[in-house]
Design a protein around this ligand. Sequence first.
Ligand SMILES: [Zn+2]
Length: 248
Amino acid sequence: MTPDLERLVKLQHLDSRIDEARRTIASHPERLAAADARLNAAKQAVDAAKQRLKDNQDARRAAEKDAALYQSRLDKFKDQLSAVKTNREYQAMQHEIATAQQELGVVEERVLERMMEGDALTVEVKKVEALLVAQQKEVDAEKKSLTAELAATEHTLKETSAARAALVADLPRTLFALYEQVSKARKGVAICTATPDGLCSVCHVRLRPPVFQTVRHNDTIVQCEVCQRILYYIPPPQPVTPPTTVTP
Ligand SMILES: [Zn+2]
């Protein structure tokens, strides 16, 4: 391969790494925000579960208050029962007592329901609190690794950019201009291989036999006639024949 073609291959490799590093750096704030969003969701789940438990406790207290009220009314009726004089009064009071008893039963049932519901909600609060602790740990670790990754990527970007500048200094200006022009037009891929069966490895067009023949020599700048990318050739690895062992 000519030194210039070799430099172009290296340049493409560096540019791909630079591009990847830039994309990683650009996505950093977004990835941090995504981690924070997950943590916030876990916090909101805890707040919501606690609110449901509080609502339940309020409802239970209200029902208990009602129950106490109905109970005292029932007690009062029972006290009055001993004081009635006539049979009619007695029957009327009995009726009042039955009604009060029924109402008390309904409210007591409600208290019981709220208690059972409260037990389930307490379990739920504990569950989402545990999830929040786990999520907090996970997000802390993720942020730490994201920060480390950002530093490493920034370092890589600095190194590859310096290597690129050195490489570009050694390239003929017209060749570099061609590389830049194709790279710009072709989403950052200016040079690619021709496959062993004579295709452009990126746009997959079949190269004309004389073109492919020239590319195989790796000694001239040849562009794909369709996508304009500069082509080079890596011969397929020769099949390795196992060494025959000779037994003496
Ligand atoms: Zn092509």
